[in-house]
Design a binder for this molecule. Structure first.
Ligand code: PLP
Length: 454
C-alpha cells in the first residue's frame, strides 16, 4: 500500500506538470499546497490523504445542496442513460422544455423567454448582445454602450470583463475591452459616515440619473449584480437602488440587466434578489446554483417584448445569433431540474433564514475586533472587512496578502475559506448545520487573529 501521507503530494506533482489553474499565479504553488479532492459529501470535501475541509464558499458559490448530492446524482445518471446531448438548433428535448417552463414560473413576472448558454460569462455575453441587437432591430443602432457599477464583476470573457470593474481581473486586459460608463456603486460600505444604506442608494440614484441624462441616447442597458457585488468584495446595498434603477431604465429607455449568477437561487434570502425590490428586470442572467453546483449551465431570461423585436421574416436578418455547441445540454438541464425539485420539496428558504440568523449571531463578536471595519450580511452571504486601521478604515496593502493567511489557516483546520483580498466571507452550501457554521466562524476568527498579527 502506498503511504497515505504522500498521496496529496503525488497528485499535486502530476497536476502541476500539465495543468494551468484559473485565478492563480502558478508559481504560488511552490509554497502553497494544491489540494487534491477525491470525494465530496454534504458540505465537506475530502482530500487524498483522508483530511477533510468544510466548503465555506460553496466551491466558488455554485453548490447549494451539498457535494455528490444523491438526488441530483440520480437524475444525472438517469439522463445519461437516456440522452446525453443533442444539437439545440432545430432540435429540442424534454429536460430543456421543462426547465424553461419552471424558470419562467419561478422568476419575477414578465420574464417569459429563456435563452440557454453554458456558463455565467456566456450568459452575460448573450444579454449584452441581445440588448444591443434589440435596439439595432428597433432602428437605434446608435445605442452601443453599457452602464456598469463601480466594483462590479460579471465574468472574464472579453464582453463580460468589459462591464466589470474589479482591477485585479480588468487592468491587464483593459486595452482589449469595451469602455463601459461607470456609475458609482450604491455599496453601503462606501457611504458617508452616518448615512444609512437607503440614503446611499438614494444618493447613487441621483448620480445615475445624471449619467443617464448625458448618455441614455448611446446606452443599451444598465447591468448590475442585485444586492451583493460578490467578487468585488461581497459589498452590499439597499434594495431601493434596484427599484429606482427599474424606474430610471423605463424613463430613459435603456434595459435593466440583472446578473443573478451568484445571488440567485436563495443566496440573499429570497429565491431571486430582485424580489426584495419587487422588480422585474429586462434580462436576468442565471448560472452557478442553477444546477446545484453540479454542471455548467446558464440561462438568460427575458421578456416577450424583447423576443418580438427579433421575430421577423428570415431575410430581414433580425434573428439573434449566438450559439454554443453545448447549448441546453440535457445532463445539465436534468441537474437543474433536480435542484429545483429540492426547492419545491423542502423548506429551503425557511431553513436558510434560521441558518443565516445563526451565522449572524456567531459573527457578532467580530464587530469589536480592532481590525474589523464591518461585518455585513445578506441572507446566506456574510462578510468581514479586515482593515489596517479601524478608525479610518484604511485597508491593508493588497501586497501583504493578509487574506491568504486566513486561507492557509483554514486548510490546516478543516475549512475552505477563500478571502477576496482582505474580505473574509462565508457562503456555505445550504446543507450546513449550526455546528458546521460554528466551525467556520471559529476557524475564521483564529485565522483573522493570525492574519493581523505581525
Ligand atoms: C461568477 C460570476 C459570473 C461569471 O460566471 P462564470 O460561470 O464564472 O463565467 C458572472 N457574474 C457574477 C455576478 C458572478 O459571480
Amino acid at each position: 500500500m502506498t503511504n497515505l501521507i504522500d498521496r496529496n503530494a503525488a497528485l499535486a506533482a502530476r497536476d502541476l506538470k500539465h495543468i494551468w489553474h484559473p485565478c492563480t499565479q502558478m508559481r504560488d504553488h511552490e509554497t502553497i499546497p494544491l489540494v487534491p479532492i477525491v470525494r465530496g459529501e454534504g458540505a465537506w470535501l475530502h482530500d487524498a490523504e483522508g483530511r477533510r475541509y468544510l466548503d465555506g464558499i460553496s466551491s466558488w458559490w455554485t453548490n447549494l445542496f451539498g457535494h455528490a448530492n444523491p438526488r441530483i446524482a440520480a437524475a444525472l445518471a438517469e439522463q445519461a442513460r437516456t440522452l446525453e446531448h443533442v444539437i439545440f438548433a432545430g432540435f429540442t428535448h424534454p429536460p430543456a422544455i421543462e426547465l424553461a417552463e419552471q424558470l419562467v414560473r419561478l422568476t419575477p413576472p414578465g420574464l417569459d423567454k429563456v435563452f440557454f448558454a453554458d456558463n455565467g460569462s456566456a450568459a452575460i455575453e448573450v444579454a449584452l448582445k441581445m440588448s444591443f441587437h434589440y435596439w439595432l432591430n428597433q432602428g437605434h443602432g446608435e445605442k452601443t454602450r453599457f452602464i456598469a457599477l463601480t466594483g462590479s464583476y460579471h465574468g472574464e470573457t472579453l464582453g463580460a470583463l468589459s462591464v466589470s470593474d474589479v482591477a485585479l481581473y480588468r487592468k491587464t486586459y483593459a486595452p482589449l475591452l469595451l469602455t463601459p460608463i461607470l456609475a458609482p456603486s450604491p455599496d453601503a460600505y462606501e457611504g458617508e459616515p452616518g448615512e444609512t444604506p437607503a440614503q446611499v442608494a438614494a444618493r447613487r440614484l441621483v448620480e445615475l440619473r445624471a449619467l443617464l441624462e448625458r448618455h441614455a441616447h448611446e446606452t443599451c442597458a444598465v447591468i448590475v449584480e442585485p444586492l451583493v457585488q460578490c467578487a468585488g468584495g461581497m459589498r452590499m446595498y439597499h434594495p431601493d437602488y434596484l427599484a429606482g434603477l427599474r424606474r430610471l431604465c423605463d424613463e430613459f429607455a435603456v434595459h435593466f440587466i440583472a446578473d443573478e449568477i451568484a445571488v440567485g437561487f436563495g443566496r440573499t434570502g429570497t429565491l431571486f434578489a430582485c424580489e426584495q425590490a419587487n422588480v422585474s428586470p429586462d434580462f436576468m442572467c442565471l448560472s452557478k446554483g442553477l444546477t446545484g453546483g453540479t454542471l455548467p449551465l446558464s440561462a438568460v431570461l427575458t421578456t416577450n417584448a424583447m423576443y418580438e423585436a427579433f421575430y421577423a421574416e428570415y431575410n430581414s436578418g433580425k434573428a439573434f445569433l449566438h450559439s454554443h455547441s453545448y447549448t441546453g445540454n440535457p445532463l445539465a438541464c436534468s441537474a437543474a431540474l433536480a435542484t429545483l425539485a429540492i426547492f419545491r420539496d423542502e423548506p429551503v428558504l425557511e431553513r436558510n433564514r434560521a441558518l443565516a440568523a445563526h451565522l449572524a449571531r456567531r459573527l457578532e463578536a467580530l464587530r469589536d475586533h480592532p481590525h474589523v471595519a464591518e461585518v455585513r450580511q445578506t441572507g446566506m452571504i456574510a462578510a468581514v472587512e479586515l482593515v489596517a486601521d479601524k478608525a479610518t478604515r484604511r485597508p491593508w496593502p493588497a501586497a501583504e496578502r493578509r487574506g491568504l493567511r486566513v486561507y492557509l489557516h483554514g486548510l490546516q483546520h478543516e475549512a475552505l475559506l477563500r478571502p477576496l483580498g482582505n474580505v473574509i466571507y462565508f457562503m456555505p452550501p445550504y446543507v450546513v448545520n449550526e455546528a458546521e457554521i460554528d466551525h467556520l466562524v471559529e476557524v475564521a476568527t483564529a485565522g483573522i487573529a493570525h492574519a493581523v498579527a505581525d
